[in-house]
Design a protein around this ligand. Structure first.
Ligand code: PLP
Length: 392
């Protein structure tokens, strides 16, 4: 049989397969060929959620009346729990009726915000380096990405002087993300104030993606805590990393009522609500005290020490003051870039670390190492780097 002649829509032009889906295929091939690859690439928490979260999911899903479609705005107890969580940890008041929209993770929210606001040719400021999804979501929605560089010497903060001098007329959105992935940079309150002032001055909606605020960070912060933020900010947040629930797909969008209503107009045409027991279990998760986060962070802290050791062996330079699920490090000058170091370590040591260039040109000289593997894997990776085998 000959398959029908079928072209993809123009919107997919220039949108490649996600780097990790390609690289994971290569790693799978190496594994099939008998190589035992340690994958320190992806930031998917390997630890389980709290047992109480699993208990609620089990008991709720055993009920007979919880399997139907759910409302587009999630259940009220979940929205109330989000409002209380924002108040308790970030000092932000949110109206659970009007200022919160539960999401299937922060990633879907990025797409929804782009589809809600962008017309062909509208411009969006995207961080370089930054999470690649911002770029693809903007393109899929017909918008145009305008990079703003984040440099180590500026603590990976936007250069506002340069931004002010640039043409901002067509810019509708700006993606920001602190603690920043991939650099692990923490925000300061002063930076947040500057972002809100910038958004309000230029009628730019600042989209803050905030999934890492609880990881290796004592003081979680929200961009919505700045005065006047609700006029120009929406914030995406997620239980993926903070509560080890990445596969559950549960997060939220928070902001002023009008923005939430706008995004709901798009989202309610895309999905039909979230499984009720998942929302109940997430409601439980948001009630945890600091000891939950301390427990998770003590595990990451030990792993982070091993990663520092691994990076020292590779002669990389890095800051020890990084938040989030990764360590970001500059490759030594005898390597052309992070791609060559990453390939070298993959083919000589059977360890995969992510080349920083996949997050944008400004990350080319860097690598990113994930903390999402048991500590023994890091010990093994360190020993493989100390005792390299021949090229595979
Ligand atoms: C910066 C950033 N934003 C969003 C996400 C996606 O989070 P979620 O699981 O909530 O969709 C990730 C996941 O790796 C991320 O690194």
């Amino acid at each position: 049989m000959i398959a029908i002649d079928m072209q993809t829509g123009k919107r997919l032009e220039g949108i490649g397969e996600y780097y990790f889906s390609q690289k994971l295929r290569e790693i799978d091939e190496l594994k099939k060929a008998g190589k035992d690859i340690i994958n320190l690439g992806i930031g998917s928490p390997d630890l389980p959620p709290h047992p109480e979260v699993i208990r609620v999911l089990n008991s709720e899903s055993a009920k007979s009346n919880v399997h139907g479609y759910q409302g587009y705005k999630g259940i009220a107890p979940f929205r109330n729990a989000i409002a209380q969580w924002y108040n308790k940890w970030y000092g932000v008041e949110l109206n659970p009726e009007t200022e919160i929209l539960p999401l299937i993770g922060s990633k879907e929210g990025i797409m929804h915000v782009c589809m809600t606001y962008l017309d062909k040719g509208d411009e969006v400021l995207v961080p370089n380096p930054g999470y690649p999804t911002y770029r693809s979501a903007v393109k899929l929605a017909g918008g145009k990405c305008v990079d703003y560089k984040l440099r180590e010497k500026n603590n990976y903060e936007p250069d506002f002087d340069k931004l002010e001098k640039s043409r901002l007329k067509k810019v509708k959105l700006m993606f920001v993300n602190y603690p920043h992935m991939p650099t692990g940079q923490l925000p300061t309150f002063r930076l947040f104030e500057k972002l809100v002032a910038f958004g309000n001055a230029h009628d730019i909606l600042i989209v803050h993606d905030n999934p890492y605020s609880f990881i290796l960070n004592e003081h979680p912060m929200s961009l919505l805590s700045v005065d006047g933020a609700k006029d120009c900010v929406v914030e995406l947040n997620s239980l993926s990393k903070s509560h080890n629930m990445a596969g559950w797909r549960i997060g939220m969008l928070c902001g002023g009522k009008e923005r939430i209503d706008d995004v709901l107009r798009f989202k309610s045409n895309m999905d039909s609500g979230m499984f009720l027991p998942v929302q109940m279990a997430a409601t439980k998760a948001l009630s945890f005290e600091r000891d939950w986060h301390d427990g998770v962070n003590s595990v990451y802290k030990k792993r982070q020490e091993r990663v520092f050791e691994l990076l020292r062996l590779l002669k990389c330079k890095f800051s020890k003051d990084q938040a989030g699920l990764f360590v970001w490090a500059k490759v030594p000058s005898n390597y052309e870039d992070g791609y060559t170091l990453s390939d070298d370590v993959l083919y000589h040591n059977n360890v995969f670390i992510t080349p920083g260039g996949i997050f944008g040109e400004a990350g080319r000289k860097y690598v990113r190492v994930s903390l999402c593997a048991p500590v023994e894997k890091f010990d093994e990776a360190v020993s493989r780097i100390k005792n390299p085998k021949s090229k595979i």
